[in-house]
Design a binder for this molecule. Sequence first.
Ligand SMILES: Nc1ncnc2c1ncn2[C@@H]1O[C@H](COP(=O)(O)OP(=O)(O)OP(=O)(O)O)[C@@H](O)[C@H]1O
Ligand SMILES: [Mg+2]
Length: 265
Amino acid sequence: MKISVCGKGGSGKSTAVTLLANEFAERGNHVLVVDSDESNSGLFRLLGFKNPPVPLMELVGGKKGLKEKMAVKFSSGETEVKMDVLTQDKIEITDITPPYIIGDGNLKLVSIGKIMQSLEGCACPMGVLSREFLRKLCLEKNEVVIVDMEAGVEHFGRGIETSIDSVLVVVEPSLESIELAAKIKNLSADAGVKLIAAVLNKVISEDISRKLKDELVKRGVQIIGSIHYRSDIFEASLLGHRLASESGDQEMKQIVDCLTSDENR
Ligand SMILES: Nc1ncnc2c1ncn2[C@@H]1O[C@H](COP(=O)(O)OP(=O)(O)OP(=O)(O)O)[C@@H](O)[C@H]1O
Ligand SMILES: [Mg+2]
């Protein structure tokens, strides 16, 4: 199962990715988290790793190398959304070796690539690599991929969701976040995604939860669960600590139950 986690900047995507990964791993699944956010780099800490993995971009010749490959393809008339840049027809998780993958046991992390320097050009190579990597990644039954997307909707334009089974959109209590969720619902449907659902986040009261739900339902967005405002989440981000799941975290259990229900598989 391939799940992508999207939403407005700061809505809680990386938080939701971490809590989902913890819950899936606890259930005995082999979880691969894919950091597809080219700007933020703290996901490895939330997941409890000391250092980030070396980006997959380095494995394919670096951003410069990939750009050169893409330029040749552009000049022969290929478009970015159709372009292939990897030589393999399919990739299995076991094909990826350290330092490009980190983690042992049930939870592993790879990163597509980060923007490191000013004037280094656009993030198109990251988008192309993300899309092709996710498309070629073949999973065993108990393997789950969870993608931490960049904020906003640019990744839809790059076709990254075309091989994704479920899109989760994290919605914080703001109108902008709600409106973006409605947009993501439509874009995901156009990309052929099977399950598109919202996870409410930073919910501070029943009243706020109800208002958020009403607004999403009005816009035809399905809701799969919610995460209340937790000071331990805030603190883990502030201090760069691992974000552990609360014991018996019923909120995440409900979300993962729903994602793995026969109806949504
Ligand atoms: N349920 C929550 N309770 C308390 N704080 C939260 C919660 N969810 C997220 N936060 C805080 O909100 C901030 C943004 O969270 P996070 O980094 O997960 O968002 P994001 O969507 O990944 O952001 P970006 O778009 O920058 O990647 C962090 O400080 C995080 O600790
Ligand atoms: Mg993030």
